[in-house]
Write a protein that binds this ligand. Structure first.
Ligand code: NAP
Length: 293
């Protein structure tokens, strides 16, 4: 029997609905959650992401704004904008879209954002809170979205072995931090693999849950998966495909045909993890606003 598909679009819609209710409750008290996204430069992919974030925030009843700055922006100019947003009580969430141009140190920008407005969850204070298990911090949106998908689909993590492939600060490491906490949605035994891991399949074959966040299509194939395992595909690679209207196609890290034949549950790409990221950003932002109320 082919794997059940985990419908991230449906779960994301449900979460956006819950966020809209919370925004309405805040509005009744005169508070409109504000999300400010800063885009430096004119990277096409980033511009599309930012447009989606602004649109999604407005749809749930937030004040969404995008601040566009030229590719020649200096670090000091960007930090001055962050300072202004930090001081503005109408702004509850701040996100600087990465990557930033090379003259700017991304860590300096992330550290400058007030941790109470860091709805991307990249500030060291929030990274630390997520690792410690303090729930008033903000978890990065993509791993938080995976965490919610597992819970929504009733995937037990307690006592299970999760293998995460990829150790980035935005996906792999925080994913590990969420899954090893005590309590609901946690209590997993976690292995984190990366490009220096010998014999990746040896690890993935022993996993109850595999989470792939690599950025290389076809990294995970059916023969690397234990029958009945749950597979979450975070990867999104744009590859040329002349058969589509846009000439491009989005591919995950998982070889869908072979893995869906052995896994019990699987996220598709697109429509799996992707839609959860913006939903979790909205959820972090409404919580940031609630925490100031
Ligand atoms: P990243 O920073 O490039 O990290 C990739 C990780 O994969 C690294 O830890 C790397 O190891 C590891 N890796 C590379 N080749 C490997 C191999 N052959 N075997 C095992 N591990 C390998 O990427 P990222 O930012 O975490 O993103 C990963 C993917 O998720 C990308 O496709 C990205 O587009 C996607 N993504 C999607 C969303 C979403 O909203 N759906 C959000 C974020 C990211 P080293 O550390 O040793 O280099």
């Amino acid at each position: 029997m082919p794997a059940e598909l985990i419908d991230g679009a449906a779960v994301a819609k449900k979460i956006r609905g819950e966020v809209a209710v919370r925004c309405a409750a805040l509005a009744a008290r005169g508070i409109v959650p504000g999300l400010s996204v800063v885009l430096v430069g004119d990277d096409g992919g980033s511009a599309a992401y930012v447009r989606n974030k602004e649109k999604a925030s407005i749809e749930v009843g937030m004040r969404g704004e995008t601040i566009r700055m030229p590719a020649t922006t200096t670090q000091d100019e960007l930090l001055a904008v962050v300072d202004r947003l930090n001081a503005d009580p109408a702004v509850h969430g701040i996100l600087v879209q990465m990557p930033v141009p090379k003259q700017i140190d991304p860590q300096a920008v992330i550290r400058r954002i007030a941790s109470s407005k860091d709805v991307d969850g990249f500030h060291p204070v929030n990274v630390g809170k997520v690792l410690i298990g303090e729930r008033d911090g903000f978890a990065p949106c993509t791993p938080a979205g995976v965490h919610v998908l597992l819970q929504e689909y009733g995937v037990e993590t307690a006592g299970k072995h999760v293998v995460i492939v990829g150790r980035s600060n935005i996906v792999g490491k925080p994913m590990m931090a969420l899954l090893i906490q005590q309590g609901a949605g946690g209590d997993a035994t976690v292995t984190v693999c990366h490009s220096r891991t010998p014999d990746l399949a040896w690890h993935t074959k022993r996993a109850d849950i595999v989470i792939a966040a690599v950025g290389r299509p076809g990294t995970i194939t059916g023969d690397m998966i234990r029958p009945g395992a749950v597979v979450i595909d975070v990867g999104t690679s744009r590859v040329a495909d002349p058969t589509t209207k846009s000439g491009m196609r989005l591919l995950g890290d998982v070889d869908f045909a072979t893995v869906s034949a052995v896994a019990s549950k699987l996220t598709p790409v697109p429509g799996g993890v992707g839609p959860m990221t913006i939903a979790m950003l909205l959820r972090n932002t409404v919580r940031a606003a609630e925490q100031t109320a």
